[in-house]
Design a protein around this ligand. Sequence first.
Ligand code: NAP
Length: 258
Amino acid sequence: MVTIDLSGRHALVMGVANHRSLSWAIARCLHQAGARLCVTYASERLKSSVEELAGSLPGTLVLECDVTRDDTIDAVARRLGEEFGALEMLVHGIAFARKEDLEGAFVATPREGFQAALDVSAYSFINVTHRMLPLLEQRGASLVTLSYLAAERAVPSYNVMGSAKAVLEQSVRQLAYELGPRRIRVNAISAGPVNTLAARGIHGFTDMLKQHAERSALKRNITKEEVGQCGLFLLGDLSSGITGEVLYVDAGYRIMGW
Ligand code: NAP
């Protein structure tokens, strides 16, 4: 029998907003497998609700981390150095685009909107990895970020978020190549639509869910738990030979020709 035992390992899970967050679904699976967790949230506004949520996973450290501020990333790295000593897993579930840049014409995306989306949704993965590197290379590590089909297909309303996801997926490959010799694996999960806070910012999201369920091979939408399980697979040893990949948890939507 194959079991996933992550006891004695440590995970940093970034981007928990509430119980619907995809990174929270991964956090729960990691906790069940025995890992010690640190969960981060973006701003003071979320502090009490994320602390309450994390209370359901005993032993979990909860820290603030706004990825537009290097000092907060470094503060997390310092604290994890003290508390964990090493980091074997990193989950990046962070994305942001200004509302107006997800509504108007993509061709008219202003520079500030483009930069903000790319900074938070793609550059942050590279930057966080860099700043956590001393912890990640201690024992080797597995990193997972969350992407979406708009990285490679034109999806209405995704606009600049599609650009950010394309950069994110390229970064997965480049980081996997560069960090492989240090025993660090880097992969992405490309998830089908799930009703979360971030997803609700996409114009027409409810229609997307309906269309996805109709057109996917499995004729349904995915659950956040399925993303959690895939995260567990990619972060643990069962996927030890896999790096630089984008794994689709989309109920077979992408394979279809219509
Ligand atoms: P979510 O719960 O809203 O998570 C997004 C997280 O990003 C939030 O915790 C948000 O915090 C955080 N964030 C935004 N700006 C930040 C910053 N400057 N510093 C730190 N954190 C910041 O939504 P989600 O759907 O789970 O999103 C997680 C990831 O999955 C995203 O990369 C998203 O693109 C991806 N994804 C989602 C779907 C879907 O359908 N839900 C499908 C494919 C991929 P605030 O709430 O404070 O802004």
